[in-house]
Design a protein around this ligand. Sequence first.
Ligand SMILES: [Zn+2]
Length: 372
Amino acid sequence: MRFGNLLLCILFLTSVPNLYSQSKTENLFVITLDGLRWQELFSGADAALIQNGQYVKDTATLIKRFWNDDPGKRRKKLMPFFWSTLAAKGQIYGNRQKNSPVNCTNIFHFSYPGYAEILCGFSDAQNIRSNEKINNPNQTFLEILNHNKKFRGKVAAFTSWDVFPYIINEDRSGIYVNAGFDHCEEAKLTREEKMLNKLQDEIPSPWSSVRLDAFTYNYAKAYIKKHHPKVVFISFGETDDFAHDGRYDHYLNSARQTDQFIADLWDMVQRSKTYRNKTTFVISTDHGRGEGDDWTSHGSRIEGSDAIWIAVLGPDSPAVGEVLNSKQLWQNQIAATCMSLLNQPFPEQGIEAGKPIETCQQDVNKKGSEIK
Ligand SMILES: [Zn+2]
């Protein structure tokens, strides 16, 4: 090849636009709130439930903390980080009252199938049909990343539910998973980690398979500060279990506290040289729940259990806030969206996966955003 041709060839190759070549996301935090309904996220506390003595012990206190006649103000009382920072700088999909539907594709509408759909990018109804502790035969996108040189050893998961070591297939994936009532078992523990281990043993959880979310969050935060992982999965569990217990007061207080955990994490990211302006948060839920008295439950027989929501906040996502009139989105698009934000290929695994949500990422070849 003559030098002139070679030069032309190089010029051509460097000018071909790689769709996401300008992706700024180098780190990704995926956060889930188990079974938190879109109804509370977008409208705040439910008028009927907050006054129902069957579900609430101290209505007056709860009304003082969470009630406002204006749903816009009410939702901000419940989830202030979502409706200040995230609404101003990120994207929130899933308000059916504003024509923005997001649903599960799986037919089960409970946790293992929901988390598997979020993390693998598809529903495998043959193999994933219960919450039993069975190793996931499919790879999550976390595992795909952990097998990639760039991310190996830099993927970690912190979960309140003790089934996640199976969903993530800890043995095969090699991902660091701290789940259920796991301690931090590193050789050198910080004072904070020692204290978390001690308190986790001393404070009884209301449930046998789910720990209180403060432990999950603080174990995650301690690990992030110490090891600077690139990809972190944090799964909070209280909202679902308090709902099953029929405790609307605890459910609301938990939603509020989890919002504060996410705010704290975002604040830490903004103050960190490692993470600032190159970290995206993707936040969602495994399933919805029923309406009225059915709010305590979910599953294929409870209407509305497949209604979920997705929020995204990061340097590549146009700041559109609450998304109106979007096309139908699906839970199986989350994994592909995460891989696309990280500018990584997403290999097929035999079952067709959902496609990336285009509007989560600034398309460098298009001007403006199509989201209304
Ligand atoms: Zn549940």
